[in-house]
Design a binder for this molecule. Structure first.
Ligand SMILES: [Zn+2]
Length: 219
């Protein structure tokens, strides 16, 4: 199984789905659309190095689009660039920002990824042949919640330490990110009968095998 997680800024996907990316037995790719140079804590060069360090912790391939901050949109050129990457990786699942996120870069990333998700499987005239991903997942919006209600949660208790290690690689953002991740993972975990969980929404209903339905969690 291959996952391509796409975030507007370095550390977005580590916060939102770092537990999923910390799991073994799957092929993982991370795409950072911008280098986060609009951060008040560090410049783009520093944040790119931090992102590379985090990807090493997660044993994920890392990609950068180097789009300037506040410039992430679903324009045709960027969308086709993303379609080309999705087709090259042949990702089974994409993971990105939810649509009701207050940060304009996050919303721009959502629009871009959702458009590319559909176009990848369509007959868009490009070198690579069409590739249909199985689903598009959305992680929790940390910058503003707007009442995010998950459609499923992933038990990340066993890999939470690795998720924290990846987040700590983003040294410039550490003080801001860690308390939020601690609160969200604990809240959604305890509401689902596990210690730590990552909440998600999905573009299409998830397919669950009967044997895996009641393995963990539940009240
Ligand atoms: Zn962000």
């Amino acid at each position: 199984m291959k996952i391509l997680a796409i975030g507007a800024h370095p550390d977005d996907v580590e916060m939102g789905c770092g537990g999923l990316l910390a799991m073994d037995g799957i092929s993982k790719h991370i795409l950072h659309l911008s280098n986060g140079e609009t951060s008040k804590y560090a410049d783009g060069k520093t944040r790119k190095k931090e992102a590379e360090a985090a990807a090493r912790v997660l044993t994920a391939h890392v990609h950068f689009f180097d789009i300037p901050g506040r410039g992430i949109t679903a324009d045709e050129k960027t969308c086709l660039r993303l379609v080309a990457l999705i087709r090259e990786i042949r990702a089974d699942f994409l993971v990105t920002h939810w649509e009701m996120d207050g940060h304009p870069d996050h919303r721009g990333a959502h629009d871009l990824v959702r458009k590319a998700f559909f176009l990848s499987g369509a007959n868009v005239d490009m070198d690579a042949s069409p590739w249909k991903c199985r689903n598009l997942l959305y992680f929790h919006p940390f910058s503003s919640g707007y009442g995010f209600t998950p459609e499923f949660v992933l038990d990340i208790t066993a890999v939470y330490v690795k998720k924290l290690e990846a987040l700590r690689s983003h040294r410039s953002q550490e003080s801001f990110a860690l308390p939020q991740v601690d609160a969200v993972s604990r809240y959604f975990g305890q509401n689902s009968g596990v210690e730590r969980a990552e909440p998600f929404r999905a573009e299409f209903p998830l397919v669950v095998n009967p044997g895996s339905l009641f393995i963990t969690g539940g009240q």
